[in-house]
Design a protein around this ligand. Structure first.
Ligand SMILES: NC(=[NH2+])NCCC[C@H](N)C(=O)O
Length: 410
């Protein structure tokens, strides 16, 4: 039986991908909670679902197997003890401050079937769902301002970030923002308990208990030896260093990490919002990540003299460092929005650089980014457009909405 996880490139033919269909969790967004929950507006649920289904069907039409996180998570909770453990952990990590006891919430959640339990934890528990008659302890009678006993997880449809497959293993990520922390618990249970994965040894290169954050939007597999990782608003240098030491100590395939520093601001968020690979020698880039002479801070991390020390070299040119690690004479950086100040800022905001490569030179993008899409086509890239009016409101594009599980080697 083939290994259920395998990703050794960013552009190799995509075979299996993990998605999450936007659900009721989005109906729990209100204006007061947009900022802490990392949204800029409230998507209209029936339309965002239609757009997401279109995305999934676009992938299936290309022969890609689409798995859904919500389904795998429900299937992974195989016995009562595991369900309880999962609920306990979710409640410990995610309860809104306040006035309902662990006991009442746990009882409430466990009364659902697995599918509904997962859906409920994803969408959150509103205060008015728990009957007053269930309250017995003094603190349970108190009022507070949060409308939730359990806070919703509206960013779950960005399956890219909570984990990332590297080779035949993965990182299960400690996520930076409180609003997203519990997301990686779903994938942890899936990897540890779903029969698709338990039949194989799955190395975890870095787990969610590591104290410094890393997110999948920053993790790009450039080739079978090289990983690029953004040092960003979401991913810390400490986590990259720990991952590098773990990887170089435990496997032989990946030999270097290119740590690329990007400005720490919301519009840029992760490396994949400003830089993605679209072909063997072609990348999208948001021009604003480079200094006036194209300079940046890039560090190449390699195996060092001992188990706790890396060899580190500093570079300033993205172009030159990519050529070096990929062994290429030439390569093309395609600017988002064609480099025009207005178009590039507008299209980058709607994830114009956030392409999902499904094969070398074939990418899925949002239809609204017409300037960037036209430019990609001029460079010989096949661009498959998907609907994007509501999906883009969560500030993530096709790459953010997908977690590749298996890609063919190139
Ligand atoms: N890989 C990505 N660029 N993901 C985008 C995630 C967007 C999400 N609203 C967040 O703020 O976390």
């Amino acid at each position: 039986m083939e290994h259920p996880l395998h990703v050794a490139s960013e552009i190799g033919e995509l075979q299996t991908v993990l998605l999450k269909r936007p659900g009721q969790e989005l109906e729990n967004l209100t204006p007061d909670y947009l900022q802490p929950l990392l949204f800029d507006d409230i998507p209209y649920l029936p339309v965002i679902q239609k757009e997401h289904d279109y995305f999934a069907q676009t992938l299936r039409n290309r022969g890609i197997e689409v798995l859904y996180l919500e389904q795998l998570a429900a299937e992974a909770l195989v016995d009562e003890k595991l369900r309880e453990e999962f609920v306990d952990q979710m409640l410990e990590e995610g309860r809104a401050e306040g006035n309902v006891s662990h006991r009442i919430l746990k009882e409430y959640l466990l009364s659902f079937s697995n599918e509904d339990l997962i859906q409920k934890i994803m969408s959150g528990v509103r205060k008015n769902e728990i009957e007053t008659s269930k309250k017995v302890q003094f603190h349970e009678f108190m009022q507070d301002h949060s409308p939730f006993h359990l806070v919703p997880l509206p960013n779950l449809y960005f399956t890219r970030d909570p984990a990332a497959v590297i080779g035949d293993g993965l990182t299960i990520n400690k996520m930076r923002e409180t609003a997203r922390r519990r997301e990686s618990l779903f994938i942890e249970y899936v990897i540890k308990h779903h029969p698709i994965f338990t039949s194989h040894h799955v190395p975890i290169w870095l787990d969610r208990n590591y104290e410094f954050p890393i997110e999948g939007g920053d993790e790009l597999i450039l080739n079978e030896e090289t990983i690029a990782i953004g040092v960003s608003a979401r991913t810390s240098a400490k986590a990259i260093e720990r991952l590098a030491l773990n990887l170089f100590g435990r496997q032989k395939q990946f030999k270097r990490i290119l740590a690329i520093e990007i400005p720490k601001c919301r519009a840029f968020m992760h490396l994949d919002t400003v830089f993605t690979m679209v072909d063997y020698d072609k990348f999208t880039i948001h021009p604003a990540i480079q200094g006036p002479q194209g300079n940046m801070n890039i560090y190449v991390l390699e195996k060092g003299p001992d188990e706790e020390t890396l060899k580190i070299t500093h570079h300033t040119s993205l172009m030159e460092s990519l050529k070096e690690v990929l062994g290429l004479k030439d390569l093309v950086l395609i600017p988002c929005g064609g480099g025009d100040v207005i178009a590039s800022a507008r299209e980058q905001w709607n994830d114009g650089s956030n392409t999902l490569a499904i094969a070398p030179g074939v990418v899925v993008t949002y239809d609204r980014n017409y300037v960037s899409n036209a430019l990609l086509r001029e460079h010989g890239i096949e661009v498959i457009e998907i609907l994007s009016s509501e999906l883009s409101r969560g500030r993530g594009g096709p790459r953010c909405m997908s977690m590749p599980i298996v890609r063919k080697d190139i």
